[in-house]
Design a protein around this ligand. Structure first.
Ligand code: FE2
Ligand code: FE2
Length: 301
C-alpha cells in the first residue's frame, strides 16, 4: 500500500510588511481582500493541528496543490518553503503552484526558485530551479508516479483563472501514456479544477482540452485545490472513470462558509489494470473543535 496525503490552499499568513512599490495594482486589492476576509478564517490555529494530524499518519508522500501564499511577495515564498519543509524531506513532499503563487507577472519565478526541491522532477537536479517549461514534471515513488501540472499564469486584478497551455498539454499527454505503459499509478496534481462549473474569472481556461488529454492518455487520480471546497468529480476514460478530488483550504476554520479545513489520505493498492484507491477525509466540522476522520470511501476500483 502507498499512502498519499493531499492538502491545498493554506494561504499562509500573515502577509509580510511590503514596500509601497510592491503593493501597487493587483497586490493592493489582494492585500485588502486578505485583511478583510482571510484574517478571520485562515490561520495557524487551525492549520497546525491539521498538519500535526497529517504527520501522525506518516503518509508515504505529501501533495500540496497550490495557493501557499497570498499576494506573491518575496518573503511569503520563504514562509512557503518553511511550511513545505515542515511536512517532510523534499523527496517526499511535492507542490504545484496556484494562482496566488503567481499573483503578478514580476513574481512568476519566485515559486520556481524558492520551492525548487519540492517541484523538481526526477530528471532535474534537485537544487537547480526548474523553469516553466519543466512542467509537467514526474516523480516516481514506488508504484506511484506523481505528475505536477502548472496552471499558474499572472492575471489582471480581480482575475484568478489558470491555463495549462498547448505545449504543456502535449507533454502531459505523452508523459501520462508513458507512465501508463510503465504500469504506474498516475496521480496528477493541478491547482485549478479541470472539472465542474465556476465563474469565468476563476476558471481553468483550457479545462475542456485538459480533460480530453487526461481522459485519452489516462490517469488513476487527479488532485486539485482552488475552490476551497470538498468535491469529487470524474473524467471519463477508456478504462473507466478517473476520480478528480478537490479539498477545502487547509487553513480554513471549522465554520468557514466554503468548507471546514480538511485534507485527504489516499490509500493506493492493487496493480496495473486493477488499481484501487480509498479516500479518507480528515479535518474539522462546523460547530466542532478538533481534527477527526470525516469520511472514508473507495474512489477507484
Ligand atoms: Fe486558494
Ligand atoms: Fe486558487
Amino acid at each position: 500500500m502507498f499512502v498519499i496525503a493531499h492538502l491545498s490552499d493554506p494561504h499562509l499568513g500573515p502577509i509580510p510588511e511590503a514596500r509601497l512599490s510592491e503593493l501597487l495594482g493587483k497586490r493592493f486589492f489582494g492585500m485588502m481582500n486578505w485583511i478583510g476576509a482571510r484574517r478571520r478564517n485562515f490561520g495557524a490555529a487551525t492549520l497546525t493541528p491539521l498538519m500535526d494530524d497529517l504527520m501522525a499518519h506518516a503518509p508515504d508522500h505529501v501533495c500540496v496543490t497550490g495557493d501557499l501564499v497570498n499576494v506573491s511577495l518575496p518573503a511569503e515564498f520563504d514562509t512557503g518553503a518553511a511550511f513545505l519543509t515542515s511536512l517532510g524531506p523534499a523527496d517526499k513532499v511535492t507542490v504545484v503552484p496556484g494562482n496566488h503563487d503567481a499573483y503578478v507577472r514580476s513574481a512568476m519565478h519566485y515559486h520556481l526558485e524558492h520551492w525548487a526541491p519540492f517541484l523538481a522532477g526526477d530528471d532535474s537536479h534537485p537544487h537547480t530551479p526548474v523553469d516553466v517549461d519543466a512542467f509537467p514534471f514526474v516523480r516516481r515513488r514506488g508504484s506511484v508516479a506523481i505528475v505536477g501540472v502548472s496552471t499558474a499564469v499572472p492575471t489582471a486584478v480581480f482575475l484568478a483563472g489558470g491555463h495549462v497551455g498547448r505545449s504543456q498539454r502535449a507533454r502531459l499527454a505523452d508523459l501520462l501514456r508513458r507512465l501508463g505503459e510503465e504500469g504506474l499509478f498516475r496521480a496528477v496534481m493541478i491547482h485549478h479544477p479541470p472539472v465542474g462549473a465556476r465563474a469565468f474569472h476563476r476558471d481553468l481556461r483550457d479545462a475542456e482540452a485538459v480533460r480530453e488529454v487526461i481522459g485519452s492518455a489516462g490517469a488513476e487520480l487527479v488532485m486539485h485545490g482552488h475552490d476551497h471546497r470538498a468535491s469529487l468529480g470524474t473524467i471519463a476514460s477508456a478504462t473507466g472513470d478517473i476520480p478528480v478530488v478537490g479539498v477545502p483550504s487547509a487553513s480554513a476554520g471549522p465554520d468557514d462558509e466554503r468548507g471546514a479545513g480538511r485534507y485527504n489520505l489516499y490509500r493506493v493498492t492493487g496493480g496495473p489494470g486493477a488499481w484501487r484507491c480509498e479516500m479518507e477525509t480528515r479535518g474539522y466540522a462546523p460547530g466542532e473543535a478538533g481534527v477527526r476522520a470525516r469520511e472514508r470511501r473507495p474512489i477507484l476500483g
